[in-house]
Write a protein that binds this ligand. Structure first.
Ligand code: NAD
Length: 480
């Protein structure tokens, strides 16, 4: 029997204004921080059950990321929510205009399995900070983490405003058939399309945090030893099951052999001679995913790794060479610990290769040349461009995190999360006196036309310098 939908109750909570005061929002964020810090062991154990994630990785890439996001939000929330005064054109004076951030209502957060704490609770920080009520849908493919979250969330957060809905794909489908004020989806493009279609009848706005193939360029002006370690870490953390992991490498024929040797050494440095015995190396989420990944091994020559143990859902950190650009591994998102290396003639060929394909979530550039970095930045489009390292940029809360084109729409983290889960309402106030608008009302006179012409060609004049204003139409009563 399926549980009754919580949406009606959450809508009621929202309409009663419970989530609006700044005090309530800050209290919820503090409670969420307590949830994470009090239950580090339970969360870490669940992540180990689901993904064989090491405790350090769980702290660094799941719990710590959300705690940082909460700290950043608590420090700035009051300012981010302050109404902002904007200029009113002279012809509309006297009047005042400002932008007021208001919450959207009831939000649905759908999460994938690969970072099952971060990608459920990270969006929740923004949704609560913006004053919404929230349904959380953890992935059924990380069942231990889903269970722990379903247990902890009602013990720490306001049950009137936040619910966890567990279950399989049918539970997500049931939620998608409900009316929400915003859907925040993280996952594949395939299911992202399903979420968009479900949102269309109600014109519900949707944020899509998707994946795809994130390319990496490296040339021989880079410090190859440092680069190889940073590439191997970013690729093989969580066994490659990271949306911003470098998907494939583009490099020159001269650089390729040196890079292959450096990557092989880096893998041993990170995970020892037998990564299966390393406590720091994760497992593939399911047998089906392992089967899909194993097929990719035929698409090139194994330079390092290539070992599979089905009984342990293990695939060793793998580097592939001699990869055909038209093979399956170069057509689909890999989302696992296989790093193909593709040779291209030079930077121009690499840029052309990238631009012929979908816009990536991240693009990585390893080079000592500032002009090469600039060329990638100016001539390609991606959710983010990062040089000298991999996968660290989402940890900067002030940077927007999101894709472009087929890697997603919308962004979050820091203030972008608050903007994402809010409506920026236009507020315009005009006093009754002096009643100057009567001069431009019908019946139109010659003077009226002269005045309209004059006013239409005037520049904007501030009624006061543009600034944030302390008070506005936004109810943050009881704030602190
Ligand atoms: P997925 O799209 O298969 O599943 C995501 C969510 O959708 C799950 O909660 C699942 O319950 C639900 N779902 C699955 N099939 C459904 C259906 N038919 N109808 C309705 N709901 C359905 O993605 P995944 O396998 O969990 O995650 C991997 C993908 O997510 C990769 O493409 C990866 O790049 C992407 N990803 C993106 C980010 C990001 O922040 N941009 C982060 C992590 C993962």
């Amino acid at each position: 029997m399926t549980a009754p939908s919580p949406v009606l109750e959450l809508r009621n909570t929202f309409q009663r204004g419970i989530t609006r005061p700044l005090r309530w929002r800050r209290d919820q964020l503090r409670a969420l921080r307590r949830l994470l810090l009090d239950n580090e062991d339970a969360l870490t154990a669940a992540l180990h059950d689901d993904l064989h994630k090491s405790a350090t990785e769980a702290l660094m890439t799941e719990i710590g990321v959300v705690v940082t996001e909460i700290e950043h939000t608590l420090s700035h929330l009051r300012r981010w929510l302050r109404p902002r005064r904007v200029l009113v054109p002279a012809k509309l004076q006297p009047a005042r205009a400002r932008i007021v951030r208001e919450p959207l209502g009831v939000v649905l957060v759908i999460a994938p399995w690969n970072y099952p704490v971060q990608l459920v609770l990270g969006p929740l920080v923004g949704a609560l900070g913006a004053g919404n009520t929230v349904v959380l849908r953890p992935s059924e493919l990380a069942p231990a983490t889903s269970r722990v979250l379903a247990d902890l969330v009602p013990r720490y957060l306001d049950h009137r405003a936040v619910r966890v809905v567990e279950g399989g794909v049918d539970a997500t489908q049931a939620m998608l058939s409900e009316r929400f004020d915003h859907i925040f989806f993280t996952g594949s493009g395939r299911v992202g399309r399903i979420a968009l279609e479900a949102a269309a009848p109600n014109l519900t706005p949707v944020t899509l945090e998707l994946g795809g193939k994130s390319p990496l360029w490296i040339d021989d002006t880079a410090d190859l030893e440092v680069a190889a370690r940073r590439i191997a870490w970013g690729k093989f953390v969580n066994a490659g099951q990271t949306c911003v992991a470098p998907d494939f490498v583009l490099t020159t024929p001269q650089c390729r052999p040196v890079l292959e040797a450096a990557l092989t050494e880096a893998i041993t440095h990170l995970f020892g001679p037998d990564p299966q015995r390393s406590p720091d190396y994760a497992r593939i989420i399911s047998a089906d995913h392992l089967t899909r990944l194993t097929k990719f091994l035929d698409d090139g020559t194994v330079v390092a790794g290539g070992l599979v143990d089905e009984s342990d859902r293990y695939l060793s950190p793998t580097v592939l060479s001699d990869v055909d650009p038209n093979s399956d591994i170069m057509e689909q998102e890999i989302f696992g610990p296989i790093l193909p290396i593709v040779e291209v003639a030079d930077v121009d060929a690499a840029i052309a290769f990238i631009n012929e394909r979908d816009k990536p979530l991240a693009l990585y550039v390893f080079t000592g040349s500032a002009s090469t970095r600039r060329r990638f930045q100016e001539r390609t489009s991606s959710g983010a461009i990062v040089s000298g390292t991999t996968i660290l940029h989402p940890a900067v809360p002030a940077l927007p995190f999101g894709g472009v084109g087929s890697s997603g729409m919308g962004a979050y983290h820091g203030e972008r999360s608050i903007a994402n889960f809010s409506h920026d309402k236009a507020v315009f106030d005009k006093p009754f006196h002096p009643d100057l608008t009567r001069l431009i009302e019908p019946p139109y006179s010659r003077f009226g036309r002269w005045l309209v012409r004059l006013l239409s060609t005037m520049r904007l004049t501030p009624s006061r310098p543009a600034a944030t204003v302390a008070r506005g139409g936004f109810n943050t009563k009881g704030s602190r």
